[in-house]
Design a protein around this ligand. Sequence first.
Ligand SMILES: [Zn+2]
Length: 313
Amino acid sequence: MHLGERPRRHPDDFTLLRHVASETTPQEREEIGGHIALCPRCASREREMDLLDLQLSEMALEELCESMPLPDGDPFRLRPSGLRNPSGGRPSMASVFASLPAAIELRDRLLSTGHDELCRLPIGSIDGRLALVFALHEGHARVGTEPRTWLVFAERAREHFEKWASNREPRDGESSATAAVPDGDLRAHIHLLLGQGHGWTANLEAAGQHLIAAYRSLREASQVDLLAAWIELEEALRRALLGSYREARVLAARASATFRSWHLAEEAARGRALHGVLESGLGSEELSAEHPCQGSGKRGAASRSSTTSRGGC
Ligand SMILES: [Zn+2]
């Protein structure tokens, strides 16, 4: 490597791009990192490259959608673009941070005292909404071990939320709460958990309905990209189990592109792995025979259990 021989030399664009995309060897990494630490010019180029890398990842997603389209009428054909300006209000970061301790306490109560606490959850407040999102995150991570428990939780969350949504009146304070956590985000999380729960209990039909509802809710959501990718990954798994391998591959590739652009290496690898398995045409019988709900199938268990390590978003 030329940098090894001439460490004082500025790395070329291609090398720097590979460095930003974490595609360099450990030795290159050390050399380039050392150079950048001492060279303001290259440090500034590195920041530009970082941005370019992100744009490339986003472009890859658009190209993917164009070059590997899903059939007309498929609810997953186009990824929803989400809210530009949620609820017309702007979330105040100060009020979100101020609500965090209360939200975490509420979440812990939701998770430990069972689901009755849900009926008392103040959905119109920032801490209530954050607590629900946090609890649903726990659900996404743990649904594989206790699918029925989480199905009940998600179902009650949905009832409670929809009841609140149909009775609400515009009030002061609610706009900052819904700006911080828009309805679409809550609905998408709830339906994703319902989709996961039904997937784990082998009700693929119901799972599909909820994943579609989750995807549609993104039109009213603010955290669109990551939520979309998680929903797509779940739907990819579901379609693979139904034998629609090509569509599953398209969705897995899309999800992976988003995780990559967010530098979520583990999630991206999960999407790539599913895509790779499907592309190699690895035993279709194997895929359909080993259903995740049995928990014994190697592939099913491996792909399902990987969702348990899902990080926060
Ligand atoms: Zn330099």
